[in-house]
Design a protein around this ligand. Structure first.
Ligand code: CA
Length: 150
């Protein structure tokens, strides 16, 4: 997956980048919220820091949510309940407090993207068509000549 890492801390960013790459993802790191708003379309999931140099991560999140349903995970040092609730209510799919355990982070990325895949539009490769037979891998259904098969 193409993973956008929005993180201004260099050490944190390289740890996240290495972890994502080790799991077979294609990570790209940006340090500024404004840049994330410009390039989110090229990615399937976003890891978002809240303490960014140019704008608050929550503001980035709210602006992104006006235009996209892409899975977004907040990664932040803000661990107070109010921040967590605010992050989730602002449209984050998950909220992780630093220091994050990298293996757990990878599992959470998988979980939110899996959920997004189920909730979102059906992707073309999830339906196999052979002549008049169609198999929907997500719904686990099959039909022949447009009639459902038991
Ligand atoms: Ca930061």
């Amino acid at each position: 997956m193409d993973v956008l890492i929005v993180e201004d801390d260099d050490a944190m960013a390289s740890a996240l980048t290495a972890a994502a790459a080790s799991a077979g993802h294609h990570p790209q790191r940006l340090a500024r919220g404004a840049d994330a708003l410009l390039s989110h379309r090229n990615f399937q999931v976003i890891l978002l820091d809240l303490g960014l140099p140019d704008m608050d991560g929550l503001e980035v999140l709210r602006k992104l949510r006006q235009v996209t349903d892409i899975p977004i995970l907040i990664l932040t040092a803000r661990d107070d309940e109010r921040s967590v609730v605010l992050g989730l209510r602002s449209g984050a799919d998950d909220y992780l407090v630093k220091p994050v355990k990298l293996v757990e982070l990878l599992a959470r990325i998988e979980a939110v993207t899996r959920r997004a895949g189920r909730a979102g539009g059906v992707q073309q490769e999830d339906i196999i068509v052979l002549d008049d037979l169609a198999i929907d891998l997500n719904r686990r259904t099959a039909s022949k000549a447009a009639r459902p098969l038991p």
